[in-house]
Design a protein. Sequence first.
Length: 179
Amino acid sequence: MLAFKKLEESDLELVLNWRTSEHVTQFMYTDIEKNMDNQRKWFERISKDDNQYYWLIQYEEQPIGLISLNEIDRMHHKATFGYYIGDLNYSIIAGRIHPYLYNFTFFELGLNKLYAEVMTGNDGMMKMHLHYGFTHTATFKEHVYKYGQYHDVEYFELLSSHWRNKCTKFHKYRAEFIL
């Protein structure tokens, strides 16, 4: 049902449309302009960076969103990640996507920690992190300036040991992630 396809240049226009849509950009730190030249430059940059990976989320072979591992720190075995559903027709399954990435991160890549930053107001994402075993560890006050005002950012982290020992009911959610 769910698959994760390595982001390709042919996906860039779709991803740009998603990334510039209001439902996605409202909780991102930055807004980007709808510019394919800049999108291609971004893709060229991330394609050469082995500290981040991007995949198209597919549901029944239909592209519905984007998920990524970022700031991969191989020395300290940690990374952050990002994700969004671009096609709102599939928002109902948004909460089922995360365990696939967590299993890949902890069981395949061997990382020890995933961490996430969530802008205040993105309550659904905060609840999802807590549901999957993340711990809320900090609030960064007035951390992001966007839309003419400062926004707090909530910091969450998930340790491999917690995922492996306390979240076993999610271990069955496996998929291939091509690097």
